[in-house]
Design a protein around this ligand. Sequence first.
Ligand code: SIN
Ligand code: FE2
Length: 225
Amino acid sequence: MAEQLGLEWMDGDRRRRLSDDGLERCLPEGVVWLPRAALGDEARLLLDLDAVLRAAPCRHMTTPGGQRMSVAMTHCGPLGWVSDRRGYRYVATDPDTGAPWPAMPASFQRLAGACAERAGFQSFEPDACLVNEYVPGARLSLHQDADERDMTQPIVSVSLGLPAVFLLGGLERRERPQRVPLEHGDVVVWGGPARLRYHGVAPVAGGAHPRLGRRRVNLTFRRAG
Ligand code: SIN
Ligand code: FE2
């Protein structure tokens, strides 16, 4: 892991870090937090996000157990993750329209590749970008990202809009999650020994973001196929 932002040291299996903003980041091996890393080309990113959302609007999927998810989702790129009564899987077309998912914008690909590289994962080429939309009160319960084929590839997660508390758990569900406060433009990369860590999002608090309004949007980049 080659995080360039500041002073780093190991404390047991915890990677501790003093960032440029003076905050100490204590994250497990294989997890890198890049505050505000998505803001370099923010205007382009938000325009491209808007186009993706117009082409394939977010929708609430159903869990295999029949519950409506509070997070609304859509995708861009060759593959998109869907959940319904039959289970979870990656598919090449939007089940609402039968059309291919919108292409992954070049700005998204550049950002994901650059952040993966900063975290020590070279040549990351995502084929799936999950777009999660959280209104205040929406949450994502602890889960593992385990439906992808190649577990050597990291996950790159980009937070936009309202702040949220990312819950970073262990390799077993019962481990108590660490609370990571994410803001607009923050990126978290996890891979290697952390690839299968449980994670989720605490209920998003109320408020309005100057650019995105009353919502948090998260982009999750993965190599799925
Ligand atoms: C996810 O795990 O799919 C997204 C996490 C997030 O919204 O921060
Ligand atoms: Fe996830």
